[in-house]
Design a protein around this ligand. Structure first.
Ligand code: NOJ
Length: 558
């Protein structure tokens, strides 16, 4: 394997530091806490960590509004502590990825503080200024333009007012980005997750968008913009000097447009984070909730698996800091253990590099706070205020319960003790009341816990070329309750069958599997032989079998 492809056999754990572990007793997670918990991360069986932003930030968007790219938020520690974490991670054999957020900065960043002062200072063209705004909406709050009296102009902010968009057309800004990359790569980090990277090049003249598209009305003028591939090529060069991996976050990307980043001469990203499969119970945003559709979920997964096969590589995930907890949306809190383990099997054996978000491996679920004022995430509050305003507050609060990013940001549940063992001090945000049952200490000790099941899945995946590199084939794509897929390499095939139903399900095997000797290698119910066609609620099984050379070839092609 070429050096640049090292990420293909690995799996990653995402840490959102503020809620991971508090090491200095102030109620806020930090890098001292991370340092202590690295052995836990290692024991899970992952091979790397992606840190959501750890830089100084006024937290208008919890770290995604960066005030200094080359330092550490004082709440989290300092650069020396970051180096300790990095060294220990590397000693344990864990790679470290940083979050590179360069579509925008914080309005408290030094560059913006200068830029806003006048039209003729060294930073005046670092941001996107206009005398008159266009009609774009911000994705997070109100319109996308804010008037700055000092300069007598408006600046663009696709996200919050406190996140002015950088002007990537300015070569000096691109130099800054490359310097930021070098700063962290020189320190030894292994790559980047690149925030909303498909938005960084805006169409010249910033034309008006479609007036009737809610929230993202300007999208056709800033997604995959005219110079995106030139700019990405510049960043790629830097990454290549270090053999670093680059993973782009691609909101609203299609797999076709992802290919333009992932393949060909312009290949600028190693992987792209897709959103398609996260839209199986909503429209555009989780706030616009719809009943979960397994068919939508499967078709998104298969579209990415099939299109990238042999050309690129998938990011596999079901949770991150931007989405509610997956058991609460695609699984069932009633069948908590069963659906939590089934969901693990539904994605950890696909082709790609898996990401596990902190607490997902414990089966953490959504929090339901009593009033909108208790939510910390700005988008939960702005959605509540600006969408479905004709609905009564109780209905809108229910939408927040189903959709809030805050459900992913409650403190990590380490023990059944005070504050869930997250901190000795009252935590900065509410602990989910289910922590006595859902916590790492208890689940480490229980052999059949969700945590131990994740460990099993990751270990199995790592040992098998078929699960790492094998071809992907989906069966019964229109079945509304069963997800069935095959991974095949040489003459070994794995068949994964997941029931997304809270009732027993009769499952028919594909004809080519009916007469084979199927060895059950994994099941989320104890004591199963794997021979019964009936699946219990949220049961998931993985069988292994041998296939003959000719059918192996057919399967590879298929
Ligand atoms: C995507 C990040 O994941 C999200 O948390 C953030 O709010 C937006 N980009 C803006 O940076």
């Amino acid at each position: 394997m070429e050096q640049a492809e090292w990420y293909k056999t690995l799996s990653f754990y995402q840490i959102w530091v503020r809620s991971f572990a508090d090491g200095n007793g102030d109620g806020i997670g930090d890098l001292y806490g991370v340092y202590e918990k690295l052995d836990y991360v290692k024991a899970l069986g992952v091979d790397g960590i992606w840190f959501s932003p750890v830089y100084p930030s006024p937290n208008a968007d919890y770290g995604y509004d960066i005030a200094d790219y080359c330092d550490i938020h004082p709440d989290f520690g300092d650069l020396a502590q970051f180096r300790r974490v990095l060294d220990k991670a590397h000693r344990l054999g864990l790679k470290v990825l940083m979050d590179l957020v360069v579509n925008h900065t914080s309005d408290e960043h030094r560059w913006f503080q200068e830029s806003r002062k006048s039209r003729d200072n060294p930073y005046s063209d670092y941001y996107i200024w206009r005398d008159e705004p266009n009609n774009w909406d911000s994705l997070f709050e109100g319109k996308a333009w804010e008037y700055e009296p000092m300069r007598g102009q408006c600046y663009l902010h696709l996200f919050t007012k406190k996140q002015p968009d950088l002007n990537m057309d300015n070569p000096k800004v691109r130099e800054e980005v490359k310097n930021i990359m070098r700063f962290w790569l020189d320190m030894g980090v292994d790559g980047f997750r690149e925030d909303v990277i498909n938005f960084i090049s805006k169409r010249e003249g910033l034309p008006d968008g479609l007036p009737f598209v809610p929230l993202a009305n300007g999208i056709m003028h800033y997604k995959d913009g005219p110079h995106i591939h030139e700019y990405m090529a510049e960043f790629r060069e830097v990454a290549n000097e270090y053999g670093a991996v680059q993973i782009g976050e691609g909101p609203m990307t299609t797999v076709r447009s992802a290919l333009s980043y992932l393949t060909g001469d312009t290949k600028s990203l190693d992987m792209m984070i897709s959103f398609d499969h996260m839209l199986a119970d909503c429209f555009m945003t989780e706030y616009v909730h719809l009943p979960f559709s397994l068919i939508r979920f499967k078709s998104a997964i298969s579209r990415w698996q099939n299109t990238l096969a042999g050309r690129s590589w998938n990011v596999l995930y079901l949770e991150n800091h931007d989405h509610p907890r997956v058991i609460s949306r695609y699984g069932s809190e009633r069948f908590w253990r069963e659906s939590g383990t089934m969901l693990a099997m539904s994605y950890l054996f696909l082709q790609g590099t898996p990401f596990i978000y902190q607490g997902q491996e414990l089966g953490m679920t959504n929090i339901r706070l009593n009033s909108i004022d208790q939510y910390m995430d700005l988008t939960s509050r702005t959605n509540y205020e600006r969408l479905f305003t004709f609905e009564p507050p109780s209905k809108r609060l229910k939408r927040v319960h189903d959709s809030s990013r805050d459900s992913a940001r409650t403190p990590m549940q380490w023990t059944a003790g005070k504050y869930a063992g997250f901190s000795a001090h009252r935590p900065w945000f509410t602990v989910n009341p289910n922590y006595k049952r859902v916590n790492a200490e208890r689940e480490t000790a229980e052999p059949d816990s969700i945590l131990n099941f994740y460990k099993k899945c990751l270990a199995l995946r790592k040992r098998s070329r078929a699960l790492l590199f094998g071809s992907y084939r989906e069966f019964c794509p229109l079945h509304p309750r069963i997800f069935m897929y095959e991974r095949c390499y040489g003459n070994t095939a794995y068949l994964v069958i997941c029931s997304f139903s809270s009732r027993p399900q009769e499952v028919t095997l594909p004809p080519e599997y009916r007469k084979k000797h199927l060895q059950l290698v994994l099941c989320n119910y104890d004591g199963r032989t794997g021979r019964s066609p009936e699946f219990a609620p949220y049961e998931a099984r993985m069988y292994r079998t041998r296939i003959y050379e000719s059918s192996a070839k057919a399967a590879q092609k298929g």
